[in-house]
Design a protein around this ligand. Sequence first.
Ligand code: NAD
Ligand code: LMR
Length: 332
Amino acid sequence: MAKDPVRVLVTGAAGQIGYALVPMVARGIMLGPDQPVILHMLDIPPAAEALNGVKMELVDAAFPLLKGVVATTDVVEACTGVNVAVMVGGFPRKEGMERKDVMTKNVSIYKAQASALEQHAAANCKVLVVANPANTNALILKEFAPSIPEKNITCLTRLDHNRALGQISERLNVQVSDVKNVIIWGNHSSTQYPDVNHATVKTAAGDKPARELVANDEWLNGEFISTVQQRGAAIIKARKLSSALSAASSACDHIRDWVLGTPEGTWVSMGVYSDGSYNVPAGLIYSFPVTCKNGEWCIVQGLPINELSRKKMDLTAQELSEEKALAYSCLS
Ligand code: NAD
Ligand code: LMR
């Protein structure tokens, strides 16, 4: 029997990530090849005409799984009945801007949209915040939508996770699909800590530690980390626009694994509400290694943390605490 359609909200749908993301959702890349979807697309009035153009293209693409499109500048209409909300709307960072520069503009949007989601989304709606500062926008959304369970509000660090996999695969000249269990700890910013201490690579002789195969601690503790941390800025420098296709693809990975589950023995990175695991202060949205099953994520527990990792995990937590304070000062 055909499944009932799932309603997927994409905010900022007329923007560049939105333009890459909505066809992926309509093709089943986010929720699976047998899952019909109804797309809800929200943007602001100056982008209404462009948004309508995206809707026209979705109709023209004749996606078999796409059972309807709502394209609107009305936040209530956009949020009504949605099961999955991908929050991309906001102002992107431009060349030369620090992430903090975009904070003032974006946190107030997330405060306002929190109420609309809380009142009009389907019960148990899963929320993924992509727009920067992603962790802090997600935290603001959580705090201003108190009736949405905190487990349902997450932010995107899967792009950073995928970037880390990509760097290891390039370095070792192996398939990216053979590398797993890197971790992104902390903020989706240049203080994030990409950790390879538990990562493995599939070889003919079984899974081997990535650190052993790379056999170059100087690179792993230096250039590897800074390349992943600075990749967003490097893309902006090269394209004069921030990452879009990789962000959209990673957003699909995030929701797909959350809804359909992570493969056995594999974890992924998600920005989630900290419960104090790994001595990360509770009350921040912090990226952890998680496994997912039956639509729920769970932080991977008990990984040994060495001194270098501890320092880097604390540094990014510190930045998130400062961002939280700054966000509240922007809202007051
Ligand atoms: P963009 O400027 O191309 O698109 C953003 C869209 O949001 C625009 O169409 C704009 O009109 C719309 N918008 C603005 N305010 C809105 C509101 N109140 N409600 C609904 N829509 C609104 O930007 P983009 O390149 O698509 O990037 C979107 C966001 O994603 C940026 O904040 C960017 O920094 C962030 N980003 C995050 C990651 C990540 O990994 N977390 C990666 C890349 C980009
Ligand atoms: C990215 O990681 O590509 C984006 O978050 C862009 C940015 O502002 O760094």
